[in-house]
Write a protein that binds this ligand. Structure first.
Ligand SMILES: [Zn+2]
Length: 230
């Protein structure tokens, strides 16, 4: 009896913590969307860097695309965003926040494709999937939960960012998701998608020996990467 109680206490204390860090295999077909489709959109999150910043290797290489998979499994691009801290002076404009801002503008544009009211735009996020090439910080993960996204998909993990020299708030997205059960919507979390392609965007900044992302080369002093065509 005593042993059973001890075992139960042990499991109650350890099991939830252990399960909390388990993520689904990134190659699985979740919510009807295949891995090749997930990979396509994660590549688009990387491509957003060139599309918006004009370089495949900005220092803050955080790119996001927001996609609607509910109309078709392959998905429809609604908007994209990249980190705009240095461009705007607004420290909250991480890639995910920029993308959410851009999507709201597109969804509510009175001359655009969607022409939604503010209320309709708020509700629309429940059908959308946010792809980010690196795991969101707690600010962005919270914004994703407040927005009520259907799905949240990230590439490179916060653990990798920290290991490779990035200053990060050490709280994984899954903790934000665990703590947000009072919110009216649920959101599926998928991580470590296509990290063989997302990681290289974040491994060169603090390691002068690491190759620059495709399309970029080391600056003459070797301390940074720049677009090769510059
Ligand atoms: Zn963030």
């Amino acid at each position: 009896m005593h042993f059973s109680i001890c075992l139960f206490t042990l499991l109650a204390g350890l099991l939830p913590a252990a399960l909390a860090v388990v993520l689904a295999d990134p190659t699985l077909m979740i919510n009807g969307v295949t891995f090749p489709t997930r990979a396509h959109w994660m590549r688009q999150a990387n491509e957003a860097l060139s599309e918006i910043s004009g370089s495949p290797c900005p220092f803050a290489a955080f790119g996001t695309v927001i996609v609607n998979h509910t109309a078709s499994d392959t998905g429809e691009l609604i908007c994209m965003g990249v980190n705009e801290n240095s461009k705007t002076g607004n420290p909250s404009l991480h890639g995910e926040m920029s993308a959410i801002k851009n999507c709201t503008a597109i969804l509510t544009d009175p001359h655009g494709k969607y022409r939604m009211t503010a209320s309709e735009a708020e509700d629309a996020f429940a059908d959308l999937t946010l792809y980010t090439n690196a795991e969101s910080c707690p600010m962005c993960a919270s914004a994703i939960r407040w927005a009520g996204f259907r799905e949240y998909v990230y590439g490179t993990s916060i653990d990798t960012l920290i290991q490779k020299g990035w200053g990060q708030i050490r709280m994984p997205s899954i903790q934000i998701f665990e703590a947000s059960f009072d919110l009216p919507t649920q959101s599926r979390l998928m991580g470590n998608i296509l990290i063989n392609e997302t990681d290289p965007y974040f491994l060169w900044q603090y390691d002068p020996t690491y190759p620059c992302p495709h399309g970029c080369s080391r600056t003459s002093d070797g301390t940074s990467c720049e677009a090769s065509f510059l």
